[in-house]
Ligand binder design. Sequence first.
Ligand code: HEM
Length: 297
Amino acid sequence: METSQSHSSKRMSTDLSELLKEATKEVHEQAENTPFMRNFQKGQVSLQEFKLVTASLYFVYSALEEEIERNKNNPVYAPVYFPAELHRKAALEEDLKYFYGRNWREEIPCPEATRKYVERLHYIGKNEPELLVAHTYTRYLGDLSGGQVLKKIAQKALQLPSTGEGLAFFTFDGVSNATKFKQLYRSRMNALEMDLATKKRVMEEAKKAFLLNIQVFEALQELVSKGQENGYSVQSKAELLRTRNINKSHEHGPAAGKESERTKMRNTDTTPTTSLVRWVVALSFLAMTVAVGLFAM
Ligand code: HEM
């Protein structure tokens, strides 16, 4: 049980890691409860949604890591510079190649909300680099926490190979123990030289970072709903399994799903024609029977 003293000393902490955790508690809950994340946690995530979120994350991490590189020697960021352990751009490129195929760069969409997030990252990196840690905290510590749960859910829901293809984003080869690494990261954040006023600005920026993520999730949800309205299918689990079985025989990964989707569309497109032909044959047969009957009389 905690004593009232430890309670009050907790409340008084000015460690950046504590301040950030406290400041983002509410908005973290908000992020967890977006329809996109709620469905994801229930395993209700389609391949289309997963591809879209991976694409948006690619734009976000490209901008984030570009700004990190710009500031890697700046004392306001240098202590939390962990490229080998954390950086995700290369992993996301690998995943996108797997999902979209060789021409993934031309295929991936960037919704307005993602663009806004990217713009903010560049602005911070260039103009207020002391706030960059708010963004790295929000993304990397999140990826090392809830992200690890989401990895298992995605793997199961999308039937992704156990060898890890399509899940490189969630796989931190340079981090053998996520809990220990997060502790190290927190201690490095706490070692940043920062006055209280700047810490408060970092806290505000972290809340903003969460809100930018929430807006991306909302935009993706909208994109998927619009797709449905326009007649594109959001693959159900059953459809996905069918697609994957076809893919397996082609051994090309989900990018080959496009061909099987096209094949599926071709199959459904011909269904009305097939029924019509059946009717014509049946009617012709009936007419012939009547004619033969009349002739025989
Ligand atoms: C379904 C969605 C999510 C789940 C289930 C989830 C779950 C969790 C859990 C269990 C922790 C605590 C881990 C620990 O104390 O070691 C955590 C921490 C964290 N999460 Fe999430 N999370 C989700 C979404 C997000 C999102 C969308 C973001 C930000 C974009 C995020 C950012 C963070 C951060 C920064 C931490 C570290 C907090 C700290 O220790 O200071 N999470 N998450």
